[in-house]
Design a protein around this ligand. Structure first.
Ligand code: NAD
Length: 543
């Protein structure tokens, strides 16, 4: 089966030519003529500086606002773009537009093949802009361009095509077996739930947005998307391509703005039937609580603290490469990163030495350069948070084996830079082993036998993902079966093909995205029972 990696595959080092951030702000759209839709200029230049100004998309119109947010490069702090800032009235307009589109049936009752054609056309359009969008993805959140190309744009296009195909093939109405004394007919219908809200974080917005938008649209729902305030650009571009592909007005809407205001409002909105949220566990709890006021359908994709378990028979060289990829790709700012490294005592010292050596060789720098392995962390806040965890690790007695400080001077004078960091002598009770750091920090924990490794791996409030490094297929599979996590990779990491579910055990989430079962999360099942009209009623009152 073909693999679709969320991120850059270590074995497949593709290169992307992209505008260098250090050579000025990325100009992602105004290289083309400015375009008008319904009389509204979509991307005008920001008046403050010559960078693009992105607008919201509501009811098929591109909407500006008096207030705007600045999107700054995490690597240089240069202004990349400005974005119209949403508000509660605009969020209400977006929900009303989505509801109007849903009630009108313009999308819901369209033939599934026709819906699929529109989604496929949007996928082609995204693919045609791969390089430009990879540069944009990298510019807005600092993801190295080598990851952003195949890992974000390529994966997103694959998912869109996958759900377009499912839209055509989905069994919207099936007949069940006949039942009862009158041989009644049973029909199971699957209908779209209505207005779906998608709340998306900053780290991989296009993929995580796609996991919500594509299945929702495939089966006929309307959607309101709330991207992260500091990383909305790729999702806005996706809306542009859906519009160009022929998606009817109101079916997809994008409202920007502060999560605690706009996101929280959507979670409570009585006309939102379903909420799909990706973000931190703390915010996820708040979303679930708010959604409970109207008993919305809820999917939550939350935090993780994945164990990366090296078994004693593993090929050390390959495992070291895999562990680094699992833990440090995009500086560990991925929910399913393998941030707890479980090493058998007998391999520990040799493994750690090799790990340190290889990590010292990683190229840290401009995320827009095809040569870069590790870029900046997302924000000043994120950097401070990571450094605070490093101090806690030291204070609680872990050994700082590598890194542990911010990078300064030269190319690192501006932006948010933290050295990749390895802690050894970590125990499961330490804060750095329990809490999600969301940064380039790997915690090494020793174990003596496999039962102990599994006990440590499962000793977490999270259960999003895990990985096992071994050459013994049966043993690795036996361990995988005992791990409490929604995804377990054996000799791999970050592989997330469209046909497979993704989601968390325990406090890593509720429900699954990405596989075909995701469609069940965007539909209501209806049982229609048809008794023959002339059959006597089965009411006990009839004598
Ligand atoms: P976050 O929870 O702060 O924000 C996520 C999104 O929610 C943003 O769009 C934000 O604006 C919005 N938001 C903030 N407060 C809200 C509220 N009260 N109500 C509704 N929406 C609100 O998370 P983050 O810091 O942006 O992202 C990092 C977190 O996301 C990490 O914990 C990471 O593990 C998690 N994550 C999980 C997955 C997954 O699939 N499980 C994927 C990526 C990231």
């Amino acid at each position: 089966m073909q693999k679709h990696h969320l991120l850059f595959n270590v074995k497949n080092k593709q290169r992307y030519s992209a505008p260098l951030l250090r050579h000025g702000p990325v100009r992602y759209r105004h290289q083309r003529p400015l375009k008008k839709a319904n009389g509204v200029v979509m991307n005008k230049l920001s008046s403050a500086e010559k960078v693009p100004h992105a607008l919201m998309y509501i009811d098929g119109k591109w909407i500006d606002s008096a207030e705007q947010d600045e999107i700054r490069s995490p690597a240089t702090e240069q202004l990349v773009a400005t974005v119209a800032q949403g508000s509660i009235p605009l969020a209400d307009q977006a929900v009303a537009a989505a509801k109007k589109a849903f009630d009108s049936g313009v999308w819901r009752t369209m033939h599934p093949h026709q819906r699929a054609q529109i989604l496929l056309k949007a996928a082609d359009r995204l693919e045609a802009r791969s390089e430009e969008l990879a540069a944009l993805a990298s510019a807005e959140n600092g993801m190295p361009i080598r990851i952003a190309g195949p890992g974000v744009i390529g994966v997103s296009v694959d998912f869109l095509r996958y759900y377009a195909r499912l839209s055509s093939e989905y069994e919207y109405e099936v007949e069940g077996p006949r039942f009862g004394p009158h041989e009644s007919e049973g029909i199971i219908r699957r209908e779209p739930v209505g207005v779906c809200a998608a709340i998306v974080p900053w780290n991989v917005p296009l993929v995580l947005g796609m996991w919500k938008i594509a299945p929702a649209l495939a089966v006929g729902n309307s959607v309101v998307v709330k991207p992260d305030r500091q990383a909305p650009l790729t999702l806005i571009e996706f809306a542009r391509e859906l519009e160009a592909a022929g998606l009817p007005a109101g079916v997809l809407n994008i409202v920007t703005g502060e999560g605690a205001v706009i996101g929280a409002h959507l979670a409570e909105h009585p006309d939102v039937a379903k909420i799909a949220f990706t973000g931190s566990t703390v915010t996820g709890r708040d979303v679930m609580r708010r959604a409970s006021s109207t008993l919305k359908r809820v999917t939550l994709e939350l935090g993780g603290k994945a164990p990366s378990i090296v078994l004693a028979d593993a090929n050390i060289n390959l495992a070291v490469e895999g562990v680094i990829y699992g833990a440090l790709a995009f500086s560990g700012q991925i929910c399913e990163s393998g941030t707890r490294l479980l090493l058998p005592r007998i391999l520990h010292d040799e493994f750690v030495d090799r790990l340190v050596h290889r990590i010292s060789e990683l190229r840290i720098g401009d995320p827009a350069s095809a040569e870069t392995d590790l870029g900046p962390v997302f924000s000043a806040r994120q950097k401070e948070r990571i450094l605070a965890y490093i101090e806690t690790g030291k204070a609680q007695g872990a050994t700082l084996r590598y890194g542990g400080t911010p990078l300064k001077g030269g190319d690192f004078e501006q932006g948010h830079w933290v050295q990749p960091t390895i802690f050894t002598n970590v125990t499961s009770d330490m804060t750095i082993a329990r809490e999600e750091i969301f940064g380039p920090v790997l915690c090494v924990i020793k174990y003596d036998d496999i039962d102990e490794a599994i006990q440590i791996a499962n000793d977490s409030e999270y259960g999003l993902s895990a990985g096992i490094w071994s050459e013994d297929y049966e043993l690795a599979l036996a361990v995988a079966r005992r791990i409490q996590a929604g995804t377990v990779w054996i000799n791999d990491w970050h592989a997330l093909p469209p046909g497979y579910p993704f989601g968390g055990y325990k406090q890593s989430g509720v429900g699954r995205e990405a596989g075909d079962s995701a469609l069940a999360q965007y539909t209501e099942e209806k049982f229609i029972a048809v008794a023959p009209p002339k059959a006597p009623s089965s009411s006990p009152f009839v004598r």
